[in-house]
Design a protein around this ligand. Sequence first.
Ligand code: ATP
Length: 246
Amino acid sequence: MKDIVLNVNGIEVIYNHVILVLKGVSLQVPDGRIVALLGGNGAGKTTTLRAVSNLLKGERGEVTKGSIELRGERIENLTPADLVQRGVVQVMEGRHCFAHLTIEENLLTGAYTRSSKQEVAANLEKVYNYFPRLKTRRTSQAAYTSGGEQQMCAIGRALMANPNLVLLDEPSMGLAPQIVEEVFEIVKDLNQKEKVTFLLAEQNTNMALKYADYGYIMESGRIVMDGPAAELATNEDVKEFYLGVG
Ligand code: ATP
């Protein structure tokens, strides 16, 4: 069996001290794989990713039960910056590029943990290699680039930290199908060539199952089904309730 990079074990998350949103979520992400976290609006996908990257506090949320381990080490009390140092980076839903910065300036903000200029320059070239569109738009202000370019910029910025686990939230959101496919192709490439492991939250079940190795389906704060992506894609219940969504 592959090494487990991320082990989420029975976590509960409560917002504002009262709203129980995750009701015992467990999932595992093996090294070098793409794992999809699927489900509709409000199922709890973003909350799960935020729990892993310790970004719940700003949302008045907290993990009240369960544990989260990165390669066997408990990480619930690490800051998001500690996690970046350990190779875990989250790409937020809605892209969140800095609108007033150029694409290149945005990418460079992702390298804040790196001190070697040479390394940063080499990484920038690597990002441009994977995202040639970003190279042509390097001096454009992010505000004036397309949704697809901003999503690529958000992923590229995460790559600048040299991650080994990327938590990718709804990369398809608001993008035309052709662009979604382009983004997913790059994710697959990064997974295969750079050995980056992905935990990917998606409402677009079709697309996610096409590219992921394994999938978990969430509903109302619980995992209701999981399995190899190819099996989920042909499962009758999944076809009836989730495929065609997104
Ligand atoms: P989406 O695709 O819409 O982001 P999701 O599966 O990622 O959906 P979450 O964003 O994790 O779902 O939301 C799960 C539930 O938690 C929803 O019912 C949502 O209304 C609630 N929720 C999310 N953020 C907060 C918050 N800061 N305070 C209170 N409730 C919240």
